[in-house]
Design a protein around this ligand. Structure first.
Ligand code: ATP
Ligand code: MG
Length: 198
């Protein structure tokens, strides 16, 4: 099973393509999208409410029967940590192998995540290159982790998708079109709920 964690503020085609490609490349049956509650590394007071990010994630994935959305992190009080989520999933879905799907910026930060060593041993990490992280830096980080922890991290062979939620939020502020950056249903939701305009 693939796990796609993110703030999804908002979810966009970069996330969706990444999840679909990881699913096909590794022959995964389902991908579980987990919008974060209050991640430790982000200023969540500037983020859209958890329930709104969750609803946008639902809208974006509803046409794919292999994509599931979990509210486990948004339901949790206080700061949410990936390690707790993974442990919960391991309990819930016994005898399942978990693949944690990330972009390169997450991998270069992963040693700062809570119990990162344990986390890396509990599931297999997959990553996609991102324009914000040089290939050199990504490869160096991966080989350091592999050497230190004896786990392997796979780079998914997909094209760079130079789209981010930050970029989409900035476009909305500037009143620029965000069509095709995310599903129409999510775009409609953003406008209806007047998200990201200030
Ligand atoms: P923000 O700009 O707010 O940080 P984001 O676009 O990075 O948003 P996140 O919700 O932070 O989206 O990302 C969730 C996961 O998806 C992270 O592991 C991130 O690296 C990955 N990801 C997001 N966008 C892309 C992309 N265009 N290509 C590859 N990976 C991506
Ligand atoms: Mg990000």
């Amino acid at each position: 099973m693939g796990i796609m964690g993110g703030t999804f503020d908002p979810i966009h085609i970069g996330h969706l393509i990444l999840a679909e490609e990881a699913k096909n490349y590794f022959g995964l049956d389902k991908i579980i999208f987990i919008p974060t509650g209050r991640p430790p590394h982000k200023h969540w007071d500037n983020m859209a409410e958890p329930i709104k990010r969750y609803e946008m994630t639902l809208l974006a994935t509803t046409d794919n029967p292999d994509f599931i959305v979990s509210s486990i992190e948004i339901d949790r009080e206080g700061t949410t940590y990936t390690i707790d989520t993974i442990k919960y999933l391991i309990q819930k879905y016994k005898d399942t192998e978990f693949y944690f799907i990330t972009g390169a910026d997450s991998i270069v930060e992963i040693s700062n995540w809570k119990n990162s060593k344990e986390l890396l041993s509990l599931c297999k990490f997959i990553t996609a290159k991102r324009a914000v992280v040089s290939d050199n830096k990504l490869e160096k980080t991966i080989s350091e982790i592999e050497k230190k922890l004896g786990v392997s991290i796979d780079i998914l062979p997909i094209p760079y998708i130079d789209i981010s939620s930050t970029n989409i939020r900035n476009k909305i502020k500037k009143n620029e079109s965000i069509k095709y950056y995310l599903p129409d249903s999510v775009r409609d939701y953003i406008f209806k709920n007047k998200l990201y305009i200030d």
